[in-house]
Design a protein around this ligand. Structure first.
Ligand SMILES: [Zn+2]
Ligand SMILES: [Zn+2]
Length: 218
């Protein structure tokens, strides 16, 4: 299994990165990205620290740890420059917190994330077909979410992605140990989004392709 959207207590998660990674190692995971919530107030604090612990953990245990970040409730006009800044600070993977059906995420966030070339647009809610087509063109992965609430639009996201050729990925958006997904749970979430049985493997292979592209091949 691979999970490219997780939180630690560098934002509102419960675990220190080392425990998150250890728990995933015990579950047999191959890779994880630590993607704590950030805006310009904390980006330069958390990203270098996550990068440092990722590098250390990659020398000492079996789960490939990818330093990332989740730009969260950043006004759309600031997203482009913040994606660049996050990469400069050492984020190998940039997630943008998309227009979830359960939060007042600013309209225009999905569009700004796609234009900025984020790696993953998390829980994009009622994303339009035009935007899904742009995701396909730019190679931005759209997220099927394992998280309560954010998952309410999974069926819509899966449908527009299928219609437009956008690639999907499944992530837990875990904030605590009990949010981490087993492979069988992830398969159920994927099927519950209306995708054909067995689609989990395709979503995992999209994650693998992204890992290769950003320099963390498995
Ligand atoms: Zn959170
Ligand atoms: Zn998140």
């Amino acid at each position: 299994m691979i999970d490219l959207h997780t939180h630690t207590f560098f934002s509102d998660g419960e675990l220190i990165p080392s425990e998150l990674v250890r728990r995933l190692e015990v579950m047999g995971y191959r890779a994880v990205s630590i993607t704590d919530h950030a805006d310009s107030s904390n980006l330069d604090f958390i990203v270098p620290r996550i990068a440092q612990v990722s590098e250390e953990l990659n020398r000492a245990q079996s789960v490939k740890v990818v330093p990332g970040v989740e730009l969260t409730h950043v006004p759309p006009s600031l997203i482009g420059s913040m994606v660049t800044m996050a990469r400069e600070l050492g984020a190998a993977l940039v997630v943008v917190h998309g227009e979830s059906p359960v939060e007042p995420v600013a309209e225009g966030t999905n569009q700004a994330a796609l234009e900025a070339g984020a790696d993953i647009l998390a829980h994009p809610g009622l994303i339009s077909s035009e935007q899904a087509a742009l995701a396909a063109e730019k190679g931005v992965l759209l997220e099927v979410s394992g998280r309560s609430g954010h998952c309410f639009a999974n069926g819509h996201v899966a449908r527009v992605a299928t219609e437009t050729g956008a690639r999907l990925v499944i992530n837990s958006d875990a904030h605590g140990p009990y949010d981490l997904m087993t492979e069988s749970f992830a398969a159920r979430v994927v099927e519950g989004a209306g995708l054909p049985k067995g689609s989990l493997q395709e979503l995992l292979s999209n994650a693998l392709t992204l890992l290769g592209k950003i320099g963390y091949p498995l």
